[in-house]
Design a binder for this molecule. Sequence first.
Ligand code: NAD
Ligand code: TDX
Length: 334
Amino acid sequence: MRVLVTGGAGFIGANFVLRTVEQRPDVEITVLDKLTYAANPATLAPVADRITLVEGDVADAAVVDRLVAATDLVVHFAAESHNDNSLADPSAFVHTNLVGTYTLLESVRRHGTRYHHISTDEVYGDLELDDPARFTESTPYNPSSPYSSTKAGSDLLVRAWVRSFGIHATLSNCSNNYGPYQHVEKFIPRQITNVLSGLRPKLYGAGTNVRDWIHVDDHNDAVWTIIERGTVGETYLIGADGETDNKTVVESILTVLGEPADAYDHVTDRPGHDMRYAIDSTRLRTELGWAPRYVDFTAGLTATIDWYRENVDWWRPYKDGVESGYAKTEKVLG
Ligand code: NAD
Ligand code: TDX
């Protein structure tokens, strides 16, 4: 099978490529990636001779059409993915997440190609801390940020292209991922690499916000499950029952790294900061038989910390630039 992976040089897409090369030797992979600041080509270096890497934009119709014409399946990971960046400048988010998805949809429509759309639980907005509810496939869309609204818009385009044009698409909305090869701008790698660099972790506001953590390998196994066993036109939520508040995550990282658990700073909160995400993945588990393998978040977090400790060369070139960007707006709270 020939698979086109968009965004395959970023965090989740690259983990998907590495795992697929290892586990499915029959799959021929082409990666389409713009190699933005978020990509790290070093991640794919070990499989360079097993895949084809095309540097290009998912909103470039000519490139997309040439690649889609020569593939059996598109897995669309490419996106501008960081909420903080979307607050500073939303333009790239509209371009990549909306125009890029539209461009792919028109191409898969033309060629009748199977398409899987990767999305996020953030399209559902947020929950209160004491709300017993979790997101399900029927939760109404209510995104908060420029990032999540462009992801929500991209999901709605896919659904409309299924209904109006009969494209063969499935969608998945996953909770917060962690694991190796995640950019140091994101919460968990930022705090790990802060401690490893002699800097104090930075917690937005009080740190009571809750995220529903899932290991990236569990996400990608679920994606293959949906591609192979999902019903075309349907949406599946992916989550591993990993709800944890940010303060607990920072304290765990410090403890694992042998530092005092309170050696972190509270800093300026994110504007419009979503309070809590929580996924009910019953449908994926009961209908398609998927289950996460990383059920102990502390064990998965410890393995991830070890990975960043052992792979300083991978993240070091990105660290200073990210921290100087945050320093422009972030103030330590008294
Ligand atoms: P990432 O930022 O690490 O990687 C994104 C990749 O897309 C990068 O390699 C980048 O170069 C590429 N890209 C950006 N714009 C492009 C364009 N115009 N054309 C081609 N390539 C482009 O993101 P990630 O965390 O790996 O997220 C991947 C997908 O998973 C996104 O769709 C995101 O919305 C979704 N998602 C992420 C999480 C999470 O916790 N990180 C959770 C749920 C869903
Ligand atoms: O330095 C920080 N301090 C901090 O307290 C950073 C970078 C973040 N935070 C908080 C904000 C969030 O409550 O940690 C939490 C996680 O932040 P991010 O890693 O930026 O993730 P989030 O905004 O939750 O979005 C992530 O999950 C859903 C991904 O970046 C999205 O691409 C995905 O769709």
